[in-house]
Design a binder for this molecule. Structure first.
Ligand code: GTP
Ligand code: MG
Length: 149
């Protein structure tokens, strides 16, 4: 099954947006299989964003992600990766549609409150990077037949 790594960034935690953000994925109908609050070490932030290493904003990005605790989540469901990206909205919150997390709750690219995996492959890779195996919990939601025919 498809999985996405969703992370509430330090600004989202500090601004008290954790409940609101989790609620959006929960209400949509995805399944939460991993959740923790975590102070990210520099090395992990660098590994997570290694594709952006050559960008001028990379040092600031690492500083941002390690500036306070993040909330790490693993979400599972059919189509969860693309759907989560839609729920999150455009990278630049000023261009993100109202109704999306960034569109509703943020103003700046460098403080865009949440991360979402950009492909199913990266979803799996990032969940393996941020979670120990024993931290992921498989379970069957009772609402399943009310979500899918
Ligand atoms: P993530 O879900 O966090 O991966 O965001 P994204 O997929 O929408 O964007 P991308 O992967 O291209 O960039 C990762 C993160 O780097 C963004 O979410 C921003 O926090 C940050 N970032 C990207 N572009 C810029 C930029 O031009 N300036 C600054 N300051 N930060 C940027
Ligand atoms: Mg990205």
């Amino acid at each position: 099954v498809e999985q996405s790594y969703i992370m509430i960034k330090p600004d989202g935690v500090q601004r008290g947006l954790v409940g609101d953000i989790i609620s959006r994925f929960e209400k949509k109908g995805f399944k939460l299989i991993g959740l923790k609050i975590f102070q990210c070490p520099k090395e992990l932030a660098e590994e997570h964003y290694k594709d952006l290493q050559s960008k001028p904003f990379f040092p600031k990005l690492i500083e941002y992600i390690t500036s306070g605790p993040v909330v790490c989540m693993a979400w599972e469901g059919v189509g969860v990766v693309a759907s989560a990206r839609k729920l999150i909205g455009a990278t630049n919150p000023l261009q993100a549609e109202p109704g999306t997390i960034r569109g509703d709750l943020a103003v700046q690219t460098g403080r865009n409150v949440v991360h979402g995996s950009d492909s199913p492959e990266n979803g799996k890779r990032e969940i393996a990077l941020w979670f120990e195996e024993g931290e992921l919990v498989p379970w069957t939601p009772v609402q399943e037949p009310w979500l899918r025919e």
